[in-house]
Design a protein around this ligand. Structure first.
Ligand code: AP5
Ligand code: MG
Length: 220
């Protein structure tokens, strides 16, 4: 099954995409995670992306489109994939359509997660990430067993540079200006499935699985 997670920063795209990736045994492709790895590794793409990410702006379309096209051709995407954080502009969505035609693939569902701005700010300000395996936590809503330490690999947790409140506000503005128009884009293509992002992580996961039930039956 080929899926897209759409939603504002902090809506829970990464959290839910990671759970669903394990349930369906298909890869989660997070352009944010790929870009952060490139920044850490100091590659030319990472150097180019860093200033955009630090300021809360979107990275130029041509950079992320190239990343996704390469990633979708890897063997683990043959039985499906979950795009987390891509596409983020109408130009990216058009580029995705064209690349899917080239790769003989199609998107089956776009899961759009909605959460109000106040809750988004609370979620982002408490988010912590594992510096080694990338697992995400929240200091209040999804804390690790030992504060500051990843449950899975024992490495230290850190706060993302772009999770500062001023940068977060800029990311929200970018979302409403450039990404929210994709809700209409995918509604017109009859692919949109709206999921409330409010509730516990487990409740939302159950709602997503219920929403996908018909397709999961057809694919099995
Ligand atoms: P990216 O990494 O994609 O960040 P984002 O879209 O801003 O989204 P987040 O990762 O902040 O939120 P999320 O929805 O994944 O929430 P999460 O599950 O972590 O992008 C970062 C930057 O990279 C962009 O600003 C841009 O510069 C660049 N970029 C990336 N893709 C791009 C593209 N396609 N085009 C151009 N530029 C691109 O949850 C948040 C917190 O809430 C966590 O702490 C979690 O534990 C907690 N939480 C989750 N669910 C719940 C719940 N139900 N209840 C309570 N807490 C919850
Ligand atoms: Mg994310």
């Amino acid at each position: 099954m080929n899926l897209i997670f759409l939603g504002p920063p902090g809506a829970g795209k990464g959290t839910q995409a990671s759970l669903l990736s394990k349930t369906l045994n298909i890869p989660q492709i997070s352009t944010g995670d790929i870009l952060r790895s490139a920044v850490r590794a100091g590659t030319p793409m990472g150097v180019r992306a860093k200033s955009f990410m630090d300021s809360g702006s979107l990275v130029p379309d041509e950079v992320v489109v190239g990343i996704v096209e390469e990633r979708l051709q890897e063997a683990d995407c043959s039985s499906g994939f979950i795009l987390d954080g891509f596409p983020r502009t109408v130009a990216q969505a058009d580029a995705l359509d064209a690349m899917l035609v080239r790769l003989c693939k199609q998107i089956e569902h776009v899961l759009s997660m909605s959460v109000d701005d106040e809750e988004l700010l609370t979620r982002i300000s408490g988010r912590r990430m594992c510096e080694k395996c990338g697992k995400g936590y929240h200091t209040l809503f999804d804390p690790p067993k030992v504060a500051g330490i990843c449950d899975l690999c024992g490495a230290s947790l850190y706060q993302r540079d772009d999770d500062k409140i001023e940068t977060m506000r800029k990311r929200l503005v970018e979302y409403y200006n450039k990404t929210a128009p994709l809700i209409d884009y995918y509604t017109e293509k009859k692919l949109l499935c709206t999921i409330s992002g409010v509730g516990t992580i487990d409740e939302i996961q159950s709602n997503i699985l219920r929403g996908l039930e018909g397709s999961l039956r057809d694919n099995s």
